[in-house]
Design a binder for this molecule. Structure first.
Ligand code: 4AD
Ligand code: MG
Length: 465
């Protein structure tokens, strides 16, 4: 007999003479002549009730079963007498696959998220994390579905790289040099030419630059992979290792880029609502009461758009006492982003055309709108509760402007020769963006900390598991 997943058993349309279930015990309650065991296998939020009669052959063994133990149950699927469940299983045999020690830390009572982070090896067995990781899996699938349906080509960009795509300098070094005794050159500096790749290398912060290479050949591409940032930010929305989806579209401008970003975010929300309904209901009950209403609200309205210059005026006129002062030229901080999305627009909003000096070297210089040539075609999508979930831009496709941007950011043309070549051979207007997958998951689940939507969080000072 092959195994039935509990989600399929619970959704059965008729009783079954014989069924095989495998899973972990959530609770066991004893009555006089039998035990009730709630079994969960992670296929859905709910467990199924198993009735173990005291007459079962191995009942003495079953009596040792506690929360966390692994069982294999054979029996009949019958209509349940109890309330709140349609089906239950009358066991005919139960094999104890693995007992759980009495020290099993996940008990029925609720645990704090902080405590659960310390037992990241067991937390997927809790209701909350089972739900989070089912939604994560589903949305990863939906990401591919969205782009594949649009004929975007999936490109695997490298994880080890020599270039700093964002120019922010917060990269993890990759080296095989002996740190205690590195080879040195004549000036006494560490000699990177003796390193594994014959040069300095890092973990990538973004697949964008390589994505642009492929968009310049295959037209519409996307990447979906892990990215790494060594910024020492201990916030609820920053991780040192996170997953990013980066589409790159040839023959596309900033307007087209914004439209695609909006369509993408709405597609993912719709997909989660359709395929993870029970898990979203759980979040709206126990994590964020407003979640479902907010997701519907977001789906029903067009996202707002507002230039950076307009955003600065809104912030200046807000009468708020900002922790980070607002002035044209300064970067928007989380408090500003959240004010715009939560209080001013009360809706996701795309802020575009940021000052050239605070954005990456590859962004396209904007002409013909004041202040002329002082801004670039950047766009950030800000959402209530989180702030920025997407960062993107139209890219500078004009060689001379790009060289100027690189000089402003003190980047060497020698290091980016291949990137400049794209502007020499059939350069076309193109644009793209990056969606932080974990931030999207926070938005869809209402979970407030990035550490709780990634299986194993990498943040400053923590890399257990
Ligand atoms: O705005 P960012 O830095 O943009 C880029 O990397 C571009 N190369 C993307 C592109 O145009 N192809 O990052 C994009 C998104 C952010 O909006 C945010 O959602 C997420 O990645 N992100 C982080 N998520 C978690 N932890 C961090 N430390 C993050 N840094 C960025
Ligand atoms: Mg950004």
């Amino acid at each position: 007999m092959s195994r039935t997943l509990i989600k399929d058993a619970l959704a059965a349309s008729a009783p079954r003479e014989a069924i095989l279930l495998q899973g972990w015990v959530r609770t066991r309650r004893d009555a006089k002549a039998f035990s009730f065991i709630e079994l969960n296998d992670g296929s859905c939020l709910r467990g199924i009730q198993v009735i173990a009669n005291a007459t079962l052959p191995d009942y003495a063994q079953i009596e040792k079963v506690t929360t966390g133990a692994a069982l294999e149950v054979r029996g009949q699927l019958v209509a349940s007498q109890g309330q709140g469940q349609k089906w239950e299983v009358i066991a005919e045999s139960i094999t104890v696959v693995g007992l759980a020690d009495a020290t099993y830390p996940l008990q029925k009572k609720g645990h704090t998220l902080e405590f659960l982070r310390e037992i990241a090896h067991l937390r997927p067995r809790s209701n909350l994390f089972g739900a989070v990781f089912r939604v994560r899996s589903r949305l990863a699938y939906a990401v591919h579905q969205f782009f594949q349906e649009k004929d975007f080509i999936y490109v695997h960009t490298p994880i080890i790289t020599a270039s700093d795509a964002e120019g922010a300098g917060d990269m993890f070094r990759v080296t095989t040099l002996d740190l205690a005794q590195p080879p040195r050159n004549e000036e006494g500096q560490v000699d990177a030419t003796k390193d594994f790749f014959g040069r300095k290398t890092f973990l990538t912060v973004s697949g964008q630059l390589e994505g642009e290479i492929f968009a310049s050949a295959l037209s519409n591409i996307y990447t979906f992979g892990p990215t790494f940032r060594a910024e020492n930010s201990n916030t609820s929305r920053h991780a040192a290792e996170f997953w990013m989806i980066e589409p790159e579209i040839a023959f596309c401008d900033l307007q087209g880029n914004m439209a695609l970003a909006e369509e993408f975010v709405k597609y993912l929300i719709r997909d989660a609502k359709e395929h993870c309904a029970a898990d979203l209901e759980f979040f709206s009950k126990f994590v964020d009461k407003e979640l479902l209403a907010r997701l519907d609200f977001v789906l029903e309205r067009p996202f707002q758009r507002c230039s950076y210059t307009e955003a600065i005026a809104i912030l200046e006129q807000s009468g708020k006492n900002w922790e980070h002062p607002v002035s044209w030229g300064a970067n928007l901080q989380a408090e500003h982003e959240r004010f715009l999305a939560e209080e001013h627009f009360k809706c996701p909003v795309t802020v575009y055309n940021y000052p050239r000096a605070i954005k990456a070297f590859y962004m396209r210089v904007t002409e013909g709108c004041a202040p002329d040539r002082q801004t670039v075609g950047a766009m950030d999508l800000l959402v209530p509760g989180i702030g920025e979930i997407i960062g993107g831009s139209q890219r500078e496709e004009r060689l001379e402007f790009l060289r100027e941007g690189m000089a402003m950011h003190h980047l060497s043309e020698k290091d980016y020769w291949w990137y400049l070549d794209l502007r020499r051979y059939g350069s076309v207007p193109h644009a793209g963006f990056g969606l932080g997958f974990e931030r999207m998951l926070m938005f869809v689940t209402g979970v407030g900390n990035i550490r709780d939507v990634i299986p194993f969080a990498r943040t400053p000072g923590t890399a257990e598991f």
